[in-house]
Design a protein around this ligand. Structure first.
Ligand code: PA5
Length: 443
């Protein structure tokens, strides 16, 4: 099986009867999902999307990606949160973090995911004088970070190739019918793709939101969808051997024992952005009503040299979920060094992946000794198929986990608070009363 949840290192912390005890609640959560009777039930479009996705749009995505790969040196993707993380996570997991440096042809960069002028200046510098296209992604069409970056990029594109040609190089992924971006796209004649109404940002990576940039990276999006579809078949039931639900159950059992932080860990740096995607998925889904497991992440062994001390020995608030990638994208044979000047010949005559694996095994045992519960998600490799499979695994687990916590896993009311304050401080019309109040607080 390509993705498996393994609790072999958990027995010191959670007994099998605890899974049995929580299972009726898991079954209830499953029923709420399948019957669409739980909170947030108008955002369940992801559940059967790997089977029911819009095939006509999928073909248009493939055609657009082909055109972009042929007529552009650079694709800039402008989006934030759910309109950014999934695409970048899949691209870096499948193609590696150095895909732009190592892959011939189209380079892909992301922006609109911060308000940093220096970051945006770097992106502009990369695009200047190059043949570039823009994929602007925003469900609402009004997100400040995205709109600001897009405004600046569009100006550069129009200056370089003229308004008419620019219109052929801008692709807008947004609401099917509404919003500022949709209106502008229709007016300018940009090709548009849809963020489905019943799919929230953090569940949108297998819609055009993720698929267009991913296809542009020359990743087989058929394989990605097939992986998700096979996971959908595997995890859409309430049997006791459903790994996605067992993972959700384990998280909640540990949470109820006071473990309020989950550290998602992987020994492959290419997984860094998958961790970021996981953090949004679970953070926005569960962190509400003063509840939730705080999703954190580490890349190991890298972060053992920064966070290792805390995990081994600090406040006992966390559990770890290790993503065990069985086969790295490539391996490296370690040869013996004559003279053994660095004292490392004990590592020689084997693949480096063996060393990485021993580091993982040693760390798991040390952290168990330190009192940190260990969960494992095993995946054969980071192929497009398996990454699609993983995405669906996390989706199902997250939805169930949210219902086990008795929160609405599909809304994000807390995200609005900072925007309100930011707009007031920037003097956006309509926020005048709040402006004075906030400025007084900042004095
Ligand atoms: O999950 C979410 O809903 C958010 O992270 C959004 O994706 C993010 O705020 C971007 O929103 P939009 O796509 O409307 O620009």
């Amino acid at each position: 099986m390509s993705v498996q949840f393994n609790t072999k290192h958990l027995s010191k912390f959670v007994a099998e009867h605890e899974f049995e005890a929580i299972w009726p609640q898991v079954q209830q959560a499953h029923k709420q999902l399948e019957e669409k009777s739980g909170p947030g039930n108008d955002f369940l479009g992801w559940m059967y999307q790997p089977r029911d996705y819009d095939k006509e749009e999928f073909a248009r995505i493939q055609a657009a990606a082909k055109k972009i790969r042929e007529d552009s040196d650079v694709l800039v993707v402008a989006g934030i949160g759910g309109s950014y993380l999934g695409a970048r996570a899949v691209i870096e997991a499948v193609k590696g973090i150095y895909h732009n440096e190592l892959q011939d042809g189209l380079k892909i960069y992301f922006c609109g995911n911060s308000i940093s002028p220096s970051y945006l200046n770097n992106i502009l510098e990369i695009c200047r004088g190059k043949r570039f296209s823009i994929n602007v992604i925003s469900k609402s069409g009004t997100t400040t970070e995205t709109s600001l970056a897009f405004r600046v990029l569009r100006k550069l594109l129009e200056e370089q190739v003229g308004a008419e040609e620019a219109n052929k190089r801008i692709y807008a992924t947004t609401d099917r019918a509404r919003g500022t971006l949709k209106e502008l796209a229709d007016k300018q004649g940009w090709e548009t793709f849809v963020v489905p109404d019943d799919i929230g940002g953090r569940y949108s990576v297998l819609s055009a939101v993720g698929l267009l940039p991913i296809a542009c990276a020359d990743i087989d999006i058929n394989a990605l969808m097939q992986g998700a579809a096979d996971a959908m078949e595997k995890f859409s039931n309430d049997r006791a051997d459903n790994d996605a639900y067992r993972y959700a159950a384990a998280r909640n059992i540990l949470y109820r024992k006071g473990k309020s932080v989950e550290i998602m860990e992987c020994y492959e740096p290419d997984y860094t952005m998958m961790n970021e995607w996981y953090k949004q998925l679970f953070g926005e889904s569960e962190g509400k009503d003063q509840k939730g497991v705080y999703p954190a992440s580490c890349i190991l062994s890298t972060d053992l040299h920064s966070m290792g001390q805390f995990i081994q020995d600090g406040a006992r608030v966390m559990f770890e979920t290790v993503v065990d990638v069985k086969k790295p994208a490539s391996d490296l044979y370690l040869e013996e060094l004559e003279g053994n000047f660095d004292g490392l010949n004990f590592l020689a005559n084997q693949n480096m992946s063996v060393v990485n694996r021993k580091a993982m095994e040693g760390t798991i045992l040390a952290h168990i000794e330190g009192g940190v519960p260990q969960l494992m998600i095993e995946v054969d490799d980071l192929s497009a198929y398996n990454v699609g499979y993983l995405i669906y695994f996390y989706w199902r687990a997250c939805a169930c986990s949210g219902y086990l916590l008795s929160v609405n896993p599909f809304n994000q009311p807390g995200v609005e608070s900072y925007k309100k304050n930011m707009f007031a401080l920037l003097g956006k019309p309509g926020y005048e009363n709040l402006t004075a109040e906030l400025e007084a607080k900042l004095k």
